[in-house]
Design a protein around this ligand. Sequence first.
Ligand code: SF4
Ligand code: SF4
Ligand code: SF4
Ligand code: FES
Length: 943
Amino acid sequence: MSLVHEVDYGTPLSKSETMVTLTIDGQEITVPEGTSIMRAAMEMGTQIPKLCATDMMDAWGSCRMCLVEIEGRNGTPASCTTPVAPGIKVKTQTPRLAEIRKGVMELYISDHPLDCLTCAANGDCELQDMAGAVGLREVRYGYEGDNHLGLDKDTSNPYFTFDTSKCIVCSRCVRACEEVQGTFALTISGRGFESRVSPGMNEAFFDSECVSCGACVQACPTATLTENKVIEIGQPEHSVVTTCAYCGVGCAFKAEMRGEEVVRMVPYKDGKANRGHSCVKGRFAWGYATHKERILKPMIRSKITDPWKEVSWEEAIAYTASEFKRIQAKHGKASIGGITSSRCTNEETYLVQKLIRGGFGNNNVDTCARVCHSPTGYGLGQTFGTSAGTQDFDSVEDSDVIVVIGANPTDGHPVFGSRMKKRLREGARLIVIDPRKTDIVRTPHVEADYHLPLLPGTNVAILTAMAHVIVTEGLVAEDYVRERCDWDEFQNWAAFVADPRHSPEAVEQYTGVPAELVRGAARLYATGGNGAIYYGLGVTEHSQGSTTVMAIANLAMATGNIGRRGVGVNPLRGQNNVQGSCDMGSFPHELPGYRHIAGDEVRHAFEELWGVQLDKEPGLRIPNMLDAAVEGSFLGLYVQGEDIVQSDPDTKHVTAGLAAMECVVVQDLFLNETANYAHVFLPGSSFLEKDGTFTNAERRIQRVRKVMSPKAGYADWEITLLIAEAMGFPMPYEHPSQIMDEIARLTPSFAGVSYEKLERDGSVQWPCNDKAPEGTPIMHIDHFVRGKGRFMVTEYVPTDERTGARFPLLLTTGRILSQYNVGAQTRRTENSLWHEEDVLEIHPHDAEQRGVREGDWVRLESRSGSTSLRATITDRVAPGVVYTTFHHPSTQANVITTDYSDWATNCPEYKVTAVQVMPSNGPTEWQNEYATMAMNSRRIAAE
Ligand code: SF4
Ligand code: SF4
Ligand code: SF4
Ligand code: FES
């Protein structure tokens, strides 16, 4: 294995379809119009010296290294900023060019420390390479005059160092921050000799607007911006391409290694989801994989009040199987079940559901998608016929109007958020429907045309009101609807939404959004060109989550915004493999590929291959498993890579259910909150320790590749195999590729997927089969998967969770950039420096009424429970609305949330809880008890 080096073409690819032929150094080449001479040369293998150019950004033309001569033209133009032209003859190497380049390089080097041998970038420095390329052998100017060699280093960022003494002021970092990331955190301050790169107004990186995405570090051609790990341990010696294990964007990375130690994660330019960009989590927050709190030995205990006992793998697995068998013998087959993980690979998820259906003999399998995107599955399944986003991420480049509903892409899906911001800077219009003024509402050079700050819980009312405007103002794309959708159902729906009770004026009383804003947004979406909708958990985690998804689909169909680039309906999936865990049959009623377990033909195909008879009755969902546990009929649970105590609603009910069980098996990296109720702990493996695939939010299947041996001895898929064997249902696979082969054999939308194909093509978007051998970037092009698109009537039914005198405020929850989900991984990295604790956002008016000041401890109380946390006063939330994140178990925002859930899927209503906020002196009693318990468990694990 060696380092994977990606070619830097110097300037971005031109997408023109007009081709231009020119001659470079006597060789003819044909390239798209708009291509730079530098890129054209690189495409034929000639590297023109460069310093300020890189293909991730537009050319800048400042360093003067890339000069060329063009026959018949005066001067020596920069090849990075000069586009090709038909018939021109270019020379890249002449004595005159060599002399100029050498002179320029000499000037750079005369103000650069000559410590190459001890420099962290030695061997990975473009300045060093270019000095070699131009043949610089001596520097005639000494260091006696003014120079920058004594400038201080900025070490404020925990992940990278900024050593200004090595800066050549090429602006690549500044442009990366602007063009790639869209944060505009860096500037060049001063002029001439005094020019310096500066975060903000000469702030330290950590105190600036910088979000630590790493784009500037990657762009820097010198050692000025360098990862601390490289400084600490040196340059990597080999790399392995793999996929980020945090969010549903699915960024591809090169894991650059020294032996089995990760030196850095470098975003992979060939990654089709991220195109060479990253966020702070995937780029830097991987240290949790080797964190000292990882549990590396299996443990068992007979009661959850007993101390853990370390045992061998054999004993842990035998104990698990004997307990599950004992419970089933006494209480029946249906008394145990399992939960698959959206953080694990497709293959691992497939195996867990196979174990449960085939080995446990029931369909009691569910997944965390239950608590996030199950309404997407239902809503899009009903309207379009399949349960997934319609577009690839590239599609946003052709959007004219972008609608963001209940999603916070700059925090939750940062790399896609950057791509979206780029399109918005190019002129696309923006509608944001969200109770909070999220960052996308107003960010550098981007301002939403409409922000509809609706009251939590009123999504359906707003979307139906938008539909009312579209129908009553004659903005329906009638030709599209007649051709592509069921016309009778459309008419039925149109009559429903046209009712005056759905007008923006009529619903204003529930939504709190001025009618004119709703009318303006609806007109813009319907008439502004390609309209694309992106939505998140602010849509699904409601009692009407499925209805809202259908209301979104209705809007898209009515305006003809489905089936081509630039449009579509796109759920921004939360976890790295939540799409995959749903695809792989993690729901109690569905086999892989979203096929109902009651369907004889499909079930028989699985029975035949697995050699076992399957139950045709759907099994229990997570909330039903917990109910049954409390009632005494469900006693055993295998939880792979999920922390339901922290992530599921109504914590008291979850813990009561778990505490009532006789054998809870938790397989995870750390002793998570659920492990407090476990009898068996099986040490899991991180994404760095296994092979497999993840499927991202755009249905893209990508390889996860093992870069180090499993720390505890087994990858997660191997542990499931051990349990299956011990349960008497052996599943003999030697490699995850064989599991994928089986998935492809049994699942029509995966029929063309194999590891060979993924090796060859990098990734593929399902459906991938005979009809679509190269996969399906955009769905529903000629017709909907279900045939005719189906409009669904979306009656607004207010949630039962109401505010009143006792609980007058509405709590809604969400994520922050630096932390991820329940924080098990990110809290164990330096990302916590940015977000050490969950805080409560409260509007100044509500804070003043309660005597709450910035930073005060407040008690947050609902009908379900209470917790304490610090308050921050902000108008990001409207009066009457408060907001917090749920990353820290010491706060456990889900103690507050209720057990209301989506009518169709049981997805919990996390986004609406009636609460009261009052000043408090500090943590509540349970939080203090929790702190003690957590400390004890860590101590026990350590012992
Ligand atoms: S790390 Fe990202 S956000 Fe921070 S300065 Fe660099 S490019 Fe900008
Ligand atoms: S920090 Fe690096 S990328 Fe930025 S101007 Fe200096 S040398 Fe160029
Ligand atoms: S955007 Fe998501 S997938 Fe990409 S690096 Fe960040 S967390 Fe990982
Ligand atoms: S690379 Fe062309 S001017 Fe710098």
